[in-house]
Ligand binder design. Structure first.
Ligand code: S3P
Length: 737
């Protein structure tokens, strides 16, 4: 590789300076690395260990000849070092530093030069350890760490680029930030924790029996105080250099400790659990962000591919995860109820977790989920608090649409946003009726997210005739109706899932259902209850279709919700000739449940009755696979809603099935599918969980390997799909990047 520059002078051969010098050499970023340290021993060690090429005998002479100077001295020493160099510095020399406070470095440069020179680029590698000195130098120290550069308006672009490339070449990720913002962020994320660690150890060490305390202090103490072994002078300097931001953070922290102290003193369990559960969720969320696998913003970072081998059949008895629609609603209504709601069977998928997090952000204490168990300490219908920022709901259409209705009735402003796929989905369908109720709702470009809601509006009940059969729109209007004066009535063009109505009743709220009309009056309250979430029929569908298409299959799916508004898939599969039994039918918490046994039988094509479409709306990707495996033609009409799901599901299935060689044609509101053979191929799932899972089961009847891309979102509704699929005999495996 060509060198980026000729002579780099590193002043200060501590952990950071030494590690950078070493990395510059090992990556051959410049021709010569010159090291300088006040302590000549450190320079000698640097030479001996091969960390530097040259030890600077005469600092000023080396500074005069250097192309790049890195100031790796303690923050407080930067001004005096710069003052010493000033007489010999050439204008073309690029200067940077590694101090963890930037405001004071910029101030020093201004004081000395009159204005910060264009080729002085302040920087801060966020790397280090409690070790110090050149013997701790490590050429890999910056790999996968962040380096923040804080260039100023007058900074020379070329100089910024060179410093950025220097850090990137040693393996760091380079970010740019405003000086003041940098100092504020670092006060919170680095300076405060270091100072607290020093303070905690010092406080405990003062106690009489401190030896005992330290002797028995195990993991917690050790983890919390590791950084108290850091360099005291350095932290002294940082404490003063970033004084105002640090004082602000210490005050905020002290107030937080005081709140916890009060809660313990008064034995307020809910307040204590609130602090702990919020912190635990936030901590897990951070560590997931750091490992690139959170369910929020960075969901796109992860990537998963499914490889499905052809052939096989399915056998066994399994329980698929909890119903997504019911899981969302359990958190929403549990949060608004008076009292504590206990949920079992909760779906621990990314979508329902997004709802759970949203309510935590609005001040609700929620314990769990732990193996499907969730405990929600309801705050009452008017008890939600303004979230600290926009609510991010990831891929979840149900969260954003239902929450829009609920938030329209709150006293505070709010904003809802989602991932790339959700950001393309229509939100005016909920914004319009909410505006008719007097809500102030704004959607983004083309009526898509973000959704911005102005709080404090007096809502009026409406009578709303829905232009499309959508349970999300119906539920949104009903949730807003809880806060509206008068009776809100929704009229459906066709029956859609009625979990909101059922669950509201379960929470003791009067809901009237007559024919295709649902109504409720605002101003009531909800009473906490117990909810047992049945297994999701939409997830069970993949295994129902798997058994229906592969000879010799026999599978039983336990405890599946068979709400009459969800059983389109059962009706359609039966009409196609499949051998499907409902066993052990019962009712659990207001929802009908059964075990579903399905055995292979040859399928035939049908014209799918349009009244079944809303009842099977999420099941069509899998049903398309069944149709390809059936004899004759299957025709789907009246299903234009499929085009605005997590992907355009008609297009995604038509494209994918054509790649496998199936005989299929898309129409504006459905498809015509003829029974045909499927080969192998590479399929795009368009980040849509149900498209990904449908092609995985297609492999049972395919003649070649099916490779399915963009499968990470399977975790939104069915986190253990691959494991369960393998368990029953589907030869699918997942590769994650
Ligand atoms: C859902 C309603 C349906 C469905 C979605 C969940 C719900 O959406 O597709 O997966 O929980 O209310 P639409 O209301 O857009 O049909």
């Amino acid at each position: 590789m060509r060198c980026l520059t000729d002579r780099v002078l590193v002043i200060g051969l501590g952990l950071i300076g030494g590690s950078l010098a070493s990395a510059l050499r090992s990556h051959r970023i410049c021709r010569t690395v010159i090291g300088y340290d006040r302590d000549s021993e450190e320079m000698a060690t640097g030479l001996r260990l091969g960390i530097i090429d040259v030890a600077a005998e005469d600092l000023l002479m080396e500074a005069a000849q250097a192309d790049v100077i890195v100031l790796a001295v303690p923050v407080k020493a930067i001004e005096s070092v710069l003052a010493e160099l000033l007489p010999v510095l050439r204008t073309e020399t690029i200067i940077t530093d590694v101090g963890s406070v930037k405001g004071n470095v910029v101030k020093s440069a201004k004081a000395l030069f009159g204005e910060v020179p264009p080729r002085f680029i302040p920087g801060h590698p966020i790397a280090g350890s409690e070790k110090s000195g050149i013997t701790a130098a490590d050429a890999t120290l910056f790999e996968h760490h962040k380096v923040i550069l804080t260039p100023l308006p007058q900074s020379d672009r070329e100089a910024v680029t060179l410093i950025a490339r220097m850090w990137q070449t040693v393996g760091a990720e380079v970010l740019q930030m405003d000086v003041a913002r940098h100092d504020e962020v670092l006060a919170a994320t680095s300076h405060l924790p270091h100072l607290l660690a020093f303070s905690l150890v010092d406080t405990l060490a003062r106690e009489q029996d401190c030896t005992e305390i330290f002797r028995y202090a195990a993991g917690g103490f050790r983890d919390f105080t590791r950084v108290a072994a850091s360099d005291p002078t350095m932290w002294h300097d940082i404490g003063l250099a970033n004084k105002s931001a640090i004082l602000q953070k210490i005050d905020e922290f002290s107030a937080g400790v005081q709140r916890l102290r009060d809660a313990i003193e008064t034995e307020e369990s809910q307040a204590m659990l609130g602090i702990f559960t919020r912190a635990k969720a936030a901590r897990e969320h951070f560590s997931k962000i750091l490992s690139g696998s959170a369910y929020t913003q960075n969901m796109k970072i992860k990537d998963a591919t499914f490889f499905a081998q052809p052939g096989g059949q399915v056998q066994g008895t399994i329980r698929v995860p909890g119903d997504k629609s019911i899981s969302h609603r359990s958190i929403m209504l549990g949060s608004l109820a008076d009292g504590t709601t206990e949920v079992t069977g909760f779906l621990e998928g990314e979508d329902s977790l997004a709802t759970l997090q949203a309510f935590r952000d609005m001040g609700v204490v929620i314990e769990g989920p732990h193996q499907g168990a969730v405990k929600i300490y309801g705050v009452g219908i008017h008890g939600l608090r303004q979230p600290p920022g926009p609510i991010y709901v990831g891929n979840s259409g149900t969260t954003i649409r239902l929450l829009s209705g609920l938030l329209a009735g709150q006293a505070f402003d709010s904003e809802l946003s989602g991932d790339a796929s959700l950001s393309k989905r229509p939100m005016e369908r909920v914004a319009k009726p909410l505006r008719l109720m007097g809500a102030q709702v704004e959607t983004g470009e083309n009526g898509c997210p973000p959704v911005k809601i102005k709080g404090g509006q007096a809502l009026q009940a409406i009578r709303y005739e829905m232009p499309m059969a959508s349970a999300q729109v119906k539920s949104c209007v009903m949730l807003a109706g809880l806060y509206a004066a008068g009776e809100t009535r929704v009229i459906e063009p066709a029956p859609t899932r009625d979990h909101t109505e059922r669950m509201l009743r379960g929470f003791g709220y009067a809901v009237d259902v007559a024919g295709n009309q649902v109504s409720l009056s605002g101003g009531g309250s909800l009473q906490a209850t117990k909810i047992d979430v049945p297994a999701d029929i939409s997830s069970a569908t993949f295994f129902m279709v798997a058994a229906a298409i592969s000879p010799d299959s026999d599978i039983t799916l336990e405890h599946v919700g068979i709400n009459p508004t969800r059983i389109g898939v059962i009706n359609i599969l039966r009409a196609m000739g499949s051998h499907l039994e409902l066993l052990n039918e019962r009712e659990v918490g207001g929802e009908p449940v059964a075990d579903i046994r399905i055995r292979y039988a040859p399928l035939k094509g049908i014209h799918i009755p349009e009244d079944q479409v809303p009842l099977a709306i999420d099941e069509f990707p899998a049903l398309f696979i069944a149709a390809v495996c059936a004899e004759g033609e299957t025709v789907l009409t009246g299903a234009e809603e499929l085009r605005v799901k997590e992907s355009d599901r008609i297009q995604a299935m038509v494209d994918g099935l054509k790649i496998l060689g199936a005989d299929i044609e898309g129409t504006p509101d459905g498809a015509i599918i003829r029974g045909s053979e499927m080969g192998g191929g590479v399929i795009e799932s368009h980040d849509d969980h149900r498209i990904a899972m449908s092609f995985a089961i297609a492999s049972l009847r395919a003649k070649g390997v099916i490779e399915i891309h963009e499968c990470a979102n399977v975790a939104t509704s069915f986190p253990n799909f691959v494991e369960l699929a393998q368990q029953v005999g589907i030869r699918v495996r997942k590769e994650e990047k």
